[in-house]
Design a protein around this ligand. Structure first.
Ligand code: UDP
Length: 387
């Protein structure tokens, strides 16, 4: 094989968002390889199967503690060994994780040009999200190509002194993945494949035959652990009481700080409501896409779901006090509601009662692109690398 473009990622959102780039490079017959950095190993396999990716390389992380410095050191050493062996012509990293920064550092030490996908997102607060905000900034210092999802992200980079020829405003690959993934999921379901877990059977039945309206809820961020999650759960209970046609699916994050609070507030209700409230384990990506596609609204503190919601015409209420995706709010496709119980209940109730307001949000133009981001990234790489 010729020296490949090497995609270096390890967490769930990175795999989802780099899969379209991998697929486009492969479609063009360009040399491309994948290294899995081992961060979210258990979640990774089903994703790789869904996207048809077989990573050629993997870093095995033997973690002795949960410290970021230890993780970073292991990644840096493991990735450097892989890069030595592969001799990539370019390394592509995504977003803001410890894998992102370590991959960029390892590539930099070997003089390999770095492409940063989803570049330029900022909260301007190094403590929130931590350490992601700093990972974003440091990766920008190291990268050669900066693939910004929006004009705002491009401006953030320029304001930090990144030179404009290196900045390419291309949209977000989350949109490519969500649009293509949803078509695939619906066609797999039509062919009778078991894409959804059995826990969603009651919900599917209710949506098909009882005119239920679905809201998808997710919450995992550390800043929401404790009081935030409790408030969100109580708001969900209030909403289910107030709207008899409302159904809620909440894939509950595995951390006990989240799951204990959700079960305490909603476990009994979920048993009573039989399908109208589904509390389940984190869903595999295809099932999560199905939920968003069939939801009238999403309540979430996730970054990726803000982009997927916008792609799938599912308005997003952001369960945070800030978002590094302000374009969602500016476009009218989302609202920041924080974790205040009253505010969540009032905002959701208003949208469930006012069909025009809800439709206006559903019709908002997606600020994160139209599903051609991977093509645009491949165009730039092909041109600049002369391949
Ligand atoms: N996701 C998933 N199953 C779930 C919840 C989320 O597949 O139960 C996907 C979601 O569709 C999105 C990604 O995981 O693509 C977002 O990951 P996460 O919320 O962990 O991270 P963030 O986007 O906030 O960085």
């Amino acid at each position: 094989m010729q020296r490949p473009i090497l995609i270096s990622v390890g967490t769930r959102p990175e795999i989802i968002k780099m899969a379209p780039v991998h697929s486009e490079l492969r479609r063009r017959g360009l040399p491309v390889a994948w290294v899995h950095t081992g961060q979210h190993r258990e979640m990774a396999q089903p994703l790789y199967e869904f996207f048809g990716i077989a990573p050629e390389h993997e870093v095995t992380l033997e973690r002795r503690n949960g410290q970021l410095s230890h993780l970073n050191a292991l990644l840096l050493e493991g990735l450097s060994t892989v890069f030595e062996q592969v001799q990539p012509r370019a390394v592509l990293v995504h977003g803001d994780t410890t894998s992102t920064l370590a991959s960029a550092q390892a590539a930099f030490y070997q003089g390999v040009p770095i492409g940063h996908v989803e570049a330029g997102l900022r909260t301007f607060n190094h403590r929130e999200p931590f350490p992601e905000e700093m990972n974003r900034e440091l990766t920008a210092r190291l990268a050669h190509w900066h693939f910004a999802p929006t004009a705002k992200a491009a401006i953030n980079l320029r304001n930090e002194g990144v030179r404009p020829p290196g900045i390419h405003t291309v949209g977000n690959t989350a949109v490519d993945a969500a649009l293509a993934g949803t078509v695939r999921v619906e066609s797999l379901l039509a062919d009778g494949h078991a894409v959804l877990p059995p826990e969603l059977d009651g919900l599917r039945e209710g949506l098909a035959h009882r005119q239920w309206r679905l809201v998808t809820v997710t919450a995992h961020r550390r800043e929401n652990w404790g009081e935030g999650i409790e408030n969100i759960a109580r708001a969900v209970a209030d909403l289910l009481d107030a709207h008899p046609d409302l159904a809620v699916v909440w894939p509950v994050h595995g951390n006990p700080a989240v799951s204990d609070a959700v079960q305490a507030a909603l476990g009994e209700k979920a048993r009573r409501l039989e399908g109208r409230l589904t509390l389940c384990a984190p869903l595999e990506y295809p099932a999560l896409l199905w939920c968003l596609h069939h939801s009238v609204l999403a309540l979430t503190d996730s970054g990726g779901i803000q982009e997927e919601g916008a792609a799938l015409s599912c308005p997003v209420l952001v369960l945070r006090n800030t978002t590094e995706r302000p374009e969602l709010i500016d476009a009218g496709a989302g609202v920041i509601v924080g974790t205040d119980r009253q505010r969540i209940v009032q905002t959701v109730s208003h949208l469930l009662r006012d069909a025009t307001a809800l439709q206006r949000m559903r019709d908002a133009v997606n600020p994160f692109g139209n599903g051609t981001t991977a093509q645009q990234i491949a165009d730039v790489l092909q041109h600049d690398l002369g391949i």
